[in-house]
Write a protein that binds this ligand. Structure first.
Ligand SMILES: NC(=O)c1ccc[n+]([C@@H]2O[C@H](COP(=O)([O-])OP(=O)(O)OC[C@H]3O[C@@H](n4cnc5c(N)ncnc54)[C@H](OP(=O)(O)O)[C@@H]3O)[C@@H](O)[C@H]2O)c1
Length: 291
């Protein structure tokens, strides 16, 4: 691979993709962030590249530019890059990594001749560590040339490219939020509840991670209906009512989340959702009645 990649926005995603692509033989050109210190740190993390603390004409020397800034900065960066390079963008490929925005946000660059696209890894990139990209779905959209390259890049990275219609990008990204942020916060809420019941954080985390992993394994092996367990599929409505009684002693988001998620579980997983929902509502309203 003799192509040069430039990176604008080298935080969690930019650094991981940059490093993996470097390991795959890409040359790394400019690495742009908002400060000299973060740009130098990014170059160290990627293992190559030249740090810049602002957008520069040097980006035009790259074949491909990856924009991995926060979603809110992409439009302004695209506008500024189009001003900086004008028709010199012809023949270049510019890809952003947002899951919620389509390649339309790069229209200023498209107008001056760049092929534009989006390449979003459906993976979570935390503050620390290098997430695995093997088997990760990359949601793609873009102009034909950008899409072709993004598809290849996703495969080189070990991922599975899937085309996402621009009109569906926000929904596609919201789905990822259920699996990443919502899973995380639901487990953290469970940990806090166990800690109030006397567990250490370590014990609580261990208890719930074992449970969550088995739930995911059951989902993968047998599908959602057969993986579903707990008081609701057993019809133990009094147990649900007992849960509500104690959850009402916590900050209101706990009971609200339990209520919303249990309703959603019945809607999605129960064999006769309507009939079950009526029983569920009675149990959820049992505030203070159960001992
Ligand atoms: N994190 C995830 O799990 C994940 C997963 C898939 C896709 N994505 C997408 O990937 C993109 C980046 O997310 P991230 O989590 O990697 O963000 P991040 O860790 O916050 O990194 C953002 C980077 O952009 C730089 N930046 C911010 N504004 C800039 C500007 N105006 N010009 C140039 N650089 C700018 C920041 O520089 P400084 O360091 O100097 O502030 C930082 O290097 C987003 O579109 C996000 O939706 C994220």
């Amino acid at each position: 691979m003799s192509q040069t990649l430039a990176i604008v926005g080298a935080g969690r995603v930019g650094c991981v993709l940059g490093r993996r692509l470097r390991e795959l033989g890409w040359r790394i050109g400019p690495v742009v962030t908002r400060s000299a210190a973060t740009a130098r740190a990014a170059v160290r993390a990627i293992g190559a590249g030249t740090p810049y603390d602002r957008l520069t004409r040097r980006l035009l020397a790259a074949d491909v530019v990856l924009l991995a800034t926060p979603d809110s900065a992409i439009a302004a960066v695209a506008e500024r890059l189009a001003q900086i390079g004008g028709s010199e963008w012809r023949g270049k490929v510019v890809l952003h990594t947002s899951g919620a925005l389509s390649h339309a946000v790069l229209t200023p660059l498209r107008r001056v001749g760049a092929a534009t696209g989006a390449m979003h890894p459906m993976q979570t990139f935390g503050r620390r560590g290098m997430p695995n990209l093997e088997g990760v779905v990359f949601g793609l959209d873009g102009d034909p040339a950008a899409l072709r390259l993004a598809r290849q890049m996703a495969r080189w990275l070990g991922g599975v490219p899937v085309r996402v219609e621009p009109a569906h990008k926000a929904a596609y990204h919201a789905a990822g939020g259920f699996a990443a942020q919502h899973t995380l916060v639901v487990l953290e809420a469970g940990v806090r509840i166990l800690m109030r019941a006397g567990f250490t954080r370590r014990q609580a985390t261990r208890a719930l991670l074992v449970l969550a992993r088995q739930t995911l394994a059951n989902l993968q092996a047998h599908g959602p209906r057969d993986a579903w367990s707990g008081p609701v599929p057993r019809g133990d409505w009094d147990t649900v009512a007992r849960h509500m009684t104690v959850l009402h002693q916590l900050p209101p988001e706990y009971a609200a989340a339990y209520r919303a998620l249990t309703r959603l579980a019945v809607r999605l997983l129960a064999p006769q959702p309507k009939r079950w929902l009526a029983q569920l509502e009675r149990a959820l309203d049992a505030r203070g009645r159960m001992r």
